[in-house]
Design a protein around this ligand. Sequence first.
Ligand code: NDP
Length: 324
Amino acid sequence: MSGAADFRHMTDIVVLRQAVHGLPIEDYAAAIRQALPDREVALARTPAEERDLVGRAAVATGLDFDEDLLDAAGDLRLFACLYAGVDHLPLDTLHEGDVAVTTASGVHAPNVAEHVVGAIVAFSRAFPTAWRQQERREWRHVQSRELAGSTVTVVGLGAIGQGTVEALSGFDVHTIGVRRSPEQGGPADEVLGTDRLHDALAQTDYLVLACPLSEETEGLVGPAELATLPTDAVIVNVARGEVVDTDALVTALQHEDIRGAQLDVTDPEPLPEDHPLWGLDNVFVTPHSAGFTPAYYERRAAILAENLRQVAETGRYENLRNQV
Ligand code: NDP
C-alpha cells in the first residue's frame, strides 16, 4: 500500500456524519480541508454515503466505526477517532483488517485540565453549597477550605493528566501521578506505578481519574479504594464512568466516607433521571462536557494533518501520533 503512485488515493479522507458535543460536523470537514488543502475531503451525511465513501477512502474520521462499516471498507488504512477514549471501537477487528487507529488524545488536554481545576477549586471553596443557598435566597455562613497544601493524585498521566498537573502548578498543591509506566515520569511531584495506587490514595485530598477505560481500569476505584481514601477526599472523574464502581461510590457518598465527587462521566450514561447520584448534595454532575472546547475540530484536524504528512513521507501507517 505504499509508493508515490498510490499517494492521492491513499490520503483521500471521509468524514463520518456523527458530530461531537453538538458542534456541526461540517466544521470538522472544513477544518481538515484547511489543514490539508491539497487533499480530497468528503463529508458523508447519511449512512448510505458513509458506506459508499468508506469503500473508496484511505482515511476515515469520526466518532464510531462499527463492524458493518468495516465490511464496507475497501482500501481503508486509517480510522482517526474523534474521541480520546477508543474503548467503544472494535479495535481487534480494525487491526485484523489492517486499519490503523488513532485517538484524539491531546485535543482535550487544556479544557479538561481547566474543568478539573474548576471542580477542585469549587469543592475547596464550597461553591456548590453557596450556589444552593443562592437558589433559596439564603444568606448564611459557608465554611470552605484552602486548596494550598492539599495533595492531588492524578491517575493517568497522559495528555489530560499532565495538562491537569501543569494547570495546578500555581496552587501550591502536592501532586502525585499514577501511571502504568512510572519510569516515563511526568510533571507531578511524585510519579508512582499502579501497584502503589493505595499508597497514593491514603494521602489524597483530591483524586482525579484521567486514565482510559480498559480491562485494568474498569472498577479501579471500588470499595477497597474508597475505604483507603481519607474521609475528606473528593473524587473528580473525567475518565469514564466505569473506572469507578458506581454502587460503591453511591454508598461512600451517602455515608460520607468521602467528602464528595465531581462526575463528568457516569456509569451508565446518560445518568437516568431516577439515579441516586442526582439527589446527593455532595455530588456535582456535569454531562460528559469536560471534553468540550470550541477548538475541538481544529485541534483534531491538526493531529490528522500531522499524521498524514508523516504517511506521505514514509508510505506507512505506523508509529503515528496517538496510534493505538
Ligand atoms: P492518554 O492516552 O494520553 O493517557 C492515558 C494515561 O493513562 C497514560 O498516562 C497511561 O499510563 C495511563 N494509564 C493507562 N492504564 C492505566 C492504569 N491501569 N492505571 C493508571 N494509569 C493508566 O489519554 P488522555 O490523557 O488523552 O485521555 C485519558 C482518558 O480520558 C481517555 O481515554 C478518555 O476515556 C478520557 N477522556 C474524557 C473526556 C471527557 O470529556 N470527560 C475527554 C477526553 C478524554 P502510561 O502512559 O504509563 O501507560
